[in-house]
Write a protein that binds this ligand. Structure first.
Ligand code: GYE
Length: 326
C-alpha cells in the first residue's frame, strides 16, 4: 500500500517536471507570466568585440527560447552590476545570470538572491566567494588553458631562439577572472624556456584604446620588444596600431599573440599582422537558456560547463574566416 502510493507520487512528479519543460505552465508558475521564464541578466559592458558577440548571443537565444530577458549593461562597473542584481531580486525574476566584471566582492548580493530563493547562473567569468550554494553553475571557457595554449605556441615558435625573447603582456581588466587566469596559464607555459622573458605587463582593460595606449608606452620604454601577448583581440588590435604608428611591422618586427578569435582579430591574423590566436567562444546564449530552463524546472544541472576552444595560425584563420559567426 505504502509502496504504491509513493510510486504514484513519483509519477506525478515526473509529469509535473515534464509540464514545466514543454509548453506553457499555468499562470503564476514560474514568474507569473503564463509559464514564460523571466531572466535578469547583468552584462559587464561593451568593452570588446567578444562582449558584443556575447550580448547578441544571449539576446538571440532568449528570443528563440521565449525567455523574457531583462538585460542590463553595467558599463564595466561592479557597483552597477550589484544594483542590477538587487533589482532583479526585488522584481522576483525566475533566474539571475551575470558575467562578473571582477572576481571578488559578490558575497552580500549573492546571499540576497539565495535568501530570496532565486537561482543564479554565472556566465563567462567566475567569482571568488566564501559562501556556499550562492550560484548553481558556471558556464564559460577554461581561461588558464587558453593562456597556456598561447604560451605553448610561443615556446614552440621560439624553441631555437638564439638568446632572450622580450615579451610584453597586455592584461585584461584588473581583478577579472580571465585576466588572472590567462596570466597564470601563459606564465606557466613560457616557464619551459628561460629565454622567454616578460619584460613588461600592464592592464589595457580589454579595450582597443587601452591596448594602444599601453603599447605606445611600452614602445617608448623598451627598445627591443619581440612579442606581444594580448589577453584579448581588441588590445592586440590596439597594439598593432601602435606598432604601425612607430614605423614597425606587426606580425614581423613584433609578433602578436592574442585570445578571442573575433572577426577583426582573425582578419588581422589572416593578413599576417597577428601571429596566433587562441579562441574564446562567446556564443554561449543557447546553453545559458537551457541551463536556466532546467534550473527553474528543478532538474539537476552540472556545477561547471566548459565551453571548448580552438586556436588558429595565419593560414587556419584565412580558411576559417568566411564561416566565422562573430
Ligand atoms: O576575452 C574579452 C572580454 O570574459 C572571456 O572579456 C571574456 C573576456 C574576453 O572583454 O574580450
Amino acid at each position: 500500500m505504502k509502496r504504491s502510493r509513493s510510486a504514484i507520487i513519483g509519477i506525478a512528479a515526473v509529469v509535473a517536471l515534464a509540464g514545466c519543460g514543454s509548453g506553457p505552465a499555468p499562470a503564476g508558475e514560474p514568474g507569473g507570466h503564463g509559464g514564460q521564464l523571466t531572466m535578469g541578466f547583468s552584462q559587464v559592458g561593451a568593452e570588446s568585440g567578444w562582449r558584443t558577440a556575447n550580448t547578441q548571443s544571449i539576446q538571440d537565444a532568449a528570443k528563440a527560447a521565449d525567455v523574457n530577458l531583462k538585460f542590463s549593461d553595467a558599463g564595466g562597473k561592479q557597483e552597477n552590476q550589484i544594483a542590477a542584481i538587487r533589482s532583479f531580486v526585488q522584481q522576483r525574476v525566475d533566474v539571475i545570470a551575470f558575467s562578473p566584471v571582477v572576481r571578488t566582492g559578490w558575497d552580500a548580493v549573492l546571499l540576497e538572491a539565495k535568501n530570496a530563493g532565486i537561482p543564479v547562473i554565472l556566465t563567462d567569468r567566475a567569482v571568488d566567494t566564501e559562501e556556499t550554494d550562492v550560484y548553481r553553475t558556471f558556464v564559460g571557457a577554461d581561461f588558464v588553458a587558453e593562456g597556456r595554449r598561447a604560451g605553448d605556441w610561443v615556446v614552440q615558435r621560439h624553441a631555437s631562439a638564439p638568446g632572450p625573447v622580450n615579451i610584453v603582456q597586455l592584461e585584461g581588466t584588473t581583478g577579472a577572472d580571465p585576466a588572472i587566469e590567462r596570466n597564470t596559464g601563459f606564465a606557466e607555459a613560457i616557464a619551459a624556456n628561460p629565454d622567454l622573458k616578460i619584460i613588461a605587463s600592464q592592464s589595457g582593460d580589454f579595450t582597443r584604446s587601452g591596448g594602444k595606449q599601453v603599447m605606445e608606452a611600452f614602445l617608448k620604454a623598451h627598445p627591443k620588444i619581440d612579442l606581444v601577448f594580448a589577453q584579448n583581440d581588441d588590445m592586440g588590435l590596439g597594439a598593432m596600431e601602435a606598432i604601425e604608428a612607430a614605423g614597425l611591422k606587426p606580425g614581423k618586427d613584433i609578433e602578436i599573440v592574442a585570445i578571442d578569435a573575433t572577426h577583426d582579430g582573425m582578419a588581422a591574423l589572416a593578413a599576417g599582422k597577428f601571429n596566433y590566436i587562441v579562441e574564446c567562444n562567446p556564443l554561449i546564449g543557447p546553453q545559458l537558456m537551457e541551463l536556466a530552463a532546467d534550473v527553474v524546472a528543478g532538474k539537476p544541472i552540472p556545477a561547471r560547463v566548459v565551453i571548448p576552444d580552438e586556436a588558429f595560425d595565419s593560414q587556419q584563420a584565412a580558411a576559417a574566416l568566411p564561416d566565422r559567426k562573430y
